[in-house]
Design a protein around this ligand. Structure first.
Ligand SMILES: Nc1ncnc2c1ncn2[C@@H]1O[C@H](COP(=O)(O)OP(=O)(O)OP(=O)(O)O)[C@@H](O)[C@H]1O
Ligand SMILES: [Mg+2]
Length: 269
């Protein structure tokens, strides 16, 4: 699938909930065709930021630009053709097969009351193929493992054919092998289709390994952002999470690895 390579930015963005400002005066750039990982402590505003950038939540100030256009001027259907968001807590629709879930991704392209076109069907098949789900297409979602279900949601987002893909904690509940499988799949999709990806990850080592850029949020502000390999430092980990850590190159890959520690728990010899 070839898509328009999409770039998103915001200037002086403020957002939150009635009576509670969460994000204040945020200015940031999501580079086109890259993977950006959002990191930060619980409650720092990561999900609020994703939802606000996806126009699922109103802004309280500032502007958001998608490929240079103010998103507040885009109709919801037009926006849904350009941006897909997998939320942190997607509930699983009952009694739906994998293919039926993936076909929901075609919703922004359908006319009122019309069925799926041949084009829609081929995009759905391609999305199932990309995520390795062709053999499970007719299986009920309730019968899938957590990792397979996550791939089905990603396939649905791919069927939406957007240049921007937001994922809020896509590896939650998965074992380490399935976490890596999902992250490698996202990297592959990013390389094949140049989809711009923004994802929230709690595992700092995975965030560095699977992103080009990191954005570290602290209490609703951007504490720092930049190339992932450079950004992960003991100072950042202490400032953002309040813990001590060393950062070392991985002995095999050379990618920076964060090792948190509690000083009183050293091994006595
Ligand atoms: N629907 C809501 N109504 C009111 N306040 C909310 C709502 N959702 C989140 N908040 C508040 O906004 C702040 C930021 O929450 P947010 O969910 O964006 O954090 P987060 O960084 O995604 O955290 P986590 O790592 O736990 O998912 C928190 O103080 C939270 O209590
Ligand atoms: Mg969250």
């Amino acid at each position: 699938m070839t898509l328009t390579v999409s770039q998103l930015s915001c200037t002086h963005l403020s957002a939150g909930y009635p009576g509670q400002a969460v994000l204040e005066d945020l200015t940031l750039n999501i580079p086109a065709g890259q993977i950006t990982a959002l990191i930060g402590a619980n409650g720092s505003g990561k999900s609020t930021l994703l939802k606000t950038l996806a126009a699922l939540q109103p802004t309280q100030g500032g502007s958001i630009y998608l490929n240079g256009r103010d998103i507040s001027r885009l109709a919801p259907r037009a926006l849904a053709r350009q941006l897909a968001l997998l939320p942190q807590d997607s509930n699983n629709p009952e009694g739906l097969s994998v293919r039926e879930l993936v076909s929901l991704g075609r919703f922004p392209y359908r006319r009122h009351f019309s069925g799926l076109s041949a084009d829609d069907q081929s995009v759905i098949t391609l999305s199932l193929q990309q995520t390795g789900l062709l053999d499970l297409a007719q299986t009920d979602l309730g019968r899938l493992s957590g990792g397979q279900r996550q791939r089905a949601w990603i396939a649905m987002a791919l069927a939406q054919q957007t240049g921007l893909l937001f994922l809020d904690e896509p590896t939650t509940y998965l074992d380490i092998a399935h976490q890596l499988e999902v992250l490698q799949l996202l990297r592959q999709i990013n390389r094949d289709s140049r989809v711009t990806i923004v994802m929230v990850l709690h595992d700092l080592n995975q965030a560095v390994q699977f992103s080009d850029q990191l954005i570290a949020l602290k209490s609703g502000h951007v504490y720092d952002s930049g190339p992932s390999y450079k950004l992960l430092t003991p100072e950042l980990v202490r400032a953002v999470f309040g813990i001590k850590a060393v950062v070392l190159p991985h002995p095999v890959t050379g990618v920076p690895v964060c090792l948190p520690y509690a000083p009183q728990e050293t091994v006595q010899t």
